[in-house]
Design a protein around this ligand. Structure first.
Ligand SMILES: Cc1ncc(COP(=O)(O)O)c(C=O)c1O
Length: 489
């Protein structure tokens, strides 16, 4: 082992954060250090004389494609089964025709718009479709782009808010050095990243047992003239619940009437943007509310596309400051771009359009309704088991979460249950709620297309077996599962 590698193994920070000793062993680079530094190759598929290759530096020579394939293929058999991954929101199943299209288009770079004009046109069509679905007043000309996921889309939405605020303040001759952004303490980490990376003060409206969700009063107490915007979530990551977007917009309307402060909203509809239009068509959360200036969604979540796709749409073209758009000529035309990445796969955009054609509104309804039925069935059964209490039941997005009742048991926790479910192959995350409610641990199931009612019945059988096993313990589980079991999304 080289000197610096050894030093690295002993390090107690990771990404600037202090790492507890019991967490250190879980970090990928610490694990790598404990493994032999050479991979051994099975003689059955190696060339003669090839028995090992270095694990952590590039070998001098190459190997046969089949050998390389087999090595990678074998290693990833240790990954969980994606279909049994109830932690992720991201699609783990698409039908064979979609996979065929994927294989035919994985060489397309989305940025090569001049070279792949039809892919670019299809992206544009997808933007119009979403703008229309979310009731933009000008669906045919407003701005929108595809991104690698909601995270990039949120960054773009936040940047547009910041720039609009700066422009308005500068026009009035007011200082622009102290921008803040308001959201719930239950936001997805992307909003913490946005605030950190783009130097905007994050103002968290804390979720508490009395106010488990972002609420208009909390928002009003947090905003001021330096607020670039309020972010509300359609489908909270922790529980799947919708934040009360219309009520927050109304409170901000009233604030504007009283004080003149005009604070825009961005809706983070990473999951709900492809659910609410089909399952809750009467819910008013989108551009029907004039205060909502931009909305993001993950195409790779309930848009039903494989990983690597997000979207952001602005209510009207004027809501995206023109100076954020770059026009590049070296692609062969004069292409406007607003994105953090330059190169990025184009295939997912084609898959999104495939889904639009294939499903239409009725198809999206059917698929999402089937997921919701599974979520409602499972959450009811879990509630009826006895030791659990629901925080949500899947009637917003098809995601539900539950906690262990305080008096249920002192011998096991939801972290133990999560680990026990892994024995059957199910990946069900347990994690603490955000600060101020972090003493409450919850477990969450994301029901996606492909998690059928049949699989749900099998899941329930396994859950009951896992609980029955844990209930045989006659003393508390003798380990600290909080750190050695955790996985989250
Ligand atoms: C509410 C919310 N916003 C943003 C994101 C980030 O989305 P993505 O994984 O598409 O980057 C997530 C992911 O779970 C989310 O739940």
């Amino acid at each position: 082992m080289s000197k610096d590698r050894k030093a690295d193994t002993q390090s107690d920070t990771y990404g600037g954060k202090e790492i507890k000793p019991d967490q250190q062993q879980r970090l990928p680079h610490h694990m790598e250090m404990e493994l032999p530094h050479e991979l051994s190759i099975n003689p059955l598929f190696a060339r003669e004389g090839e028995s090992t290759i270095p694990r952590l530096h590039l070998a001098d020579g190459g190997m046969l494609p089949e050998t390389a394939y087999q090595i990678v293929h074998d290693e990833i058999t240790l990954d969980g089964n994606a279909r049994l991954n109830l932690a992720t929101f991201v699609s783990t199943w698409m039908e064979p025709a979609a996979e065929r299209l994927y294989a035919q288009s994985f060489d397309k770079n989305m940025i090569d718009k001049d070279e792949y004009p039809q892919t670019a046109q299809i992206e544009e069509r997808c933007v119009r479709i979403l703008a229309d679905l979310w009731h933009s007043p000008e669906p045919l000309k407003t701005m929108g782009v595809s991104t690698t996921g909601s995270s990039e889309a949120c960054m773009l939405g936040g940047l547009a808010l910041k720039r609009r605020w700066q422009n308005a303040r500068e026009k009035e001759g007011k200082p622009v050095d102290l921008p803040n952004i308001v959201f719930s303490s239950a936001v997805q980490v992307v909003w913490e990243k946005f605030a950190n990376y783009w130097e905007v003060e994050p103002r968290y409206v804390k979720v508490t047992p009395e106010h488990p969700q972002l609420n208009p009063e909390g928002v009003l107490a947090a905003v001021d003239e330096n607020t670039i915007g309020v972010v509300a979530i359609l489908g909270e990551t922790y529980t799947g619940l919708y934040e009360p977007i219309a009520a927050i917009a109304k409170a901000l309307d009233e604030l504007q009437e009283k004080s003149g402060l005009n604070i825009p909203m961005h809706v983070d509809a990473a999951s709900g943007g492809f659910i609410a239009p089909f399952l809750q068509p009467d819910l008013v959360w989108d551009f029907q509310l004039p205060r909502v200036k931009s909305i993001n969604v993950s195409g790779h979540k309930y848009g039903l596309v494989y990983p690597g796709l997000g979207w952001i749409i602005w209510r009207e073209a004027k809501d995206l400051p023109e100076e954020l758009i770059f026009r590049v000529s070296y692609l062969g035309g004069n292409m406007p771009t607003f994105a953090l990445n330059f190169s990025r796969p184009g295939a997912q955009v084609l898959l999104q359009y495939y889904n639009y054609l294939r499903l239409g509104k009725e198809g999206y309804y059917e698929v999402q309704k089937a997921s919701q039925n599974v979520a409602l069935f499972l959450s009811k059964e879990i509630q009826n088991m006895g030791p659990f209490e629901l925080l949500s039941d899947g009637s917003d997005i098809p995601v539900f979460a539950w906690r262990l009742r305080d008096d249920a048991t002192s011998h096991w926790t939801l972290f133990d249950l999560s680990r026990q479910m892994r024995v059957f192959g199910w990946q069900v995350p347990a994690y603490p709620l955000p600060p101020d409610m972090e003493t409450v641990t919850i477990m969450r199931v994301v029901v996606r297309n492909g998690f059928s009612m049949d699989l749900a019945h099998l899941f329930l059988v396994n859950l009951k077996q896992a609980v029955a096993f844990l209930d045989t313990l006659d003393a508390p589980m003798p380990h600290d599962t909080k750190y050695d079991n955790g996985f989250h999304h």
